[in-house]
Design a protein around this ligand. Structure first.
Ligand code: CP
Length: 305
């Protein structure tokens, strides 16, 4: 039995196979409509979500399966003190596979150790979000035609943004990747990403506070929201939340074939006018999130058509 807890749990070949399967699912949805008949997905969400939870549910429904679950810790027995280990033992009696989001880093990993069903990390604290990364990779590949030899700008909250950490870990395995890390000093990418991923892999990167200076060199711009829920005091959040706002004017500095991604939700960091720019790929990214989750569910359940 396999889980997906970390973006590196699947090799690059396996990731590419997942993306190929997701592409096929996008083109030929009817081929897959019954592949998960009589299978159940449990969504265990201890933290708020719109996209991840609902795209997992849509994915399972598209495959002919069923869904059950909870969307907040308050509506589960976690509010009475039940541990993640006990919860997953119980859920293993009800479902065939589960997706778990939890505010504590490492909670899905702990769950996987007590589980009798595949566990998918749907976001753990400020740590990792591997299925968002699959979504990002599918979108990058469909926009650029490749996952190698790209200059990728990551902008905003690089400290708490788990999607950033997972994307760096995953796409660094492809050749010729270069990062431009754009953030205020206080929200720089964590040291462990630099010391355990970028430096050992000899991945070129530069850190800057200027979005304007970075824009002309980018193939991909990955915007992120400042993660209010991870701040210890509101004053710091208010001071930093509008550090970067991508506007139509700033987009004039970017190459014509750059793609703008954002894991969403957006707060203020992309002006609404940018949505009409053909380089805006963030709603396409949302749609791709359903296909990659379909591909992942099918793969982890060992199903074929
Ligand atoms: N991208 C993402 O994780 O969005 P949600 O928090 O709405 O699931």
């Amino acid at each position: 039995m396999r889980h997906m807890i970390d973006p590196l749990d699947f090799s690059t070949e396996e990731v590419l196979a997942l993306l190929d399967l997701a592409d096929d699912m996008r083109q030929f949805p009817q081929k897959y409509q019954d592949v998960c008949a009589r299978k159940k997905l449990a969504t265990l969400f201890y933290e708020p979500s719109t996209r991840t939870r609902l795209s997992f549910e849509a994915a399972m429904l598209n495959l002919g399966g069923s869904v059950l679950g909870f969307s907040s810790a308050d509506s589960s027995s976690a509010s009475k003190g039940e541990s993640v280990a006990d919860t997953i033992r119980v859920i293993s009696c009800y479902a065939d596979i589960c997706a778990m989001r939890h505010p504590k880093e490492g909670a899905p990993l702990r769950a996987s150790r007590f589980s009798r069903i595949p566990v998918i990390n749907a976001g753990d604290g400020g740590h990792q979000h591997p299925t968002q990364t699959l979504t990002d990779l599918m979108t990058i590949r469909s926009r650029k035609g490749r996952l190698d030899h790209l200059t990728i700008g990551l902008c905003g909250d690089l400290k708490f943004g788990r999607t950033v950490h997972s994307l760096i870990k995953s796409i660094s395995r492809f050749e010729g990747i270069r990062f431009v890390l754009i953030s205020p000093d206080e929200l720089r990418v964590p040291d462990y990403i630099i010391n355990e991923v970028l430096k050992p892999g000899n991945i070129p990167f530069e850190e800057t506070t200027s979005l304007e200076k970075a824009l002309p060199q980018l193939d991909i711009l990955y915007m992120t929201r400042v993660q209010k829920e991870r701040f210890f005091n509101e004053e710091d959040y208010i001071r930093l939340k509008d550090s970067y706002i991508l506007t139509e004017e700033k987009m004039r500095l970017a190459p014509n074939d750059m793609a703008v991604l954002h894991p969403l939700p957006r707060v203020n960091e992309i002006a609404l006018g940018v949505d009409n720019d053909p380089r805006a790929a963030y709603f396409e990214q949302v749609q791709n999130g359903v296909y990659v989750r379909q591909a992942l569910i099918m793969t982890l359940l060992g199903l074929t058509v």
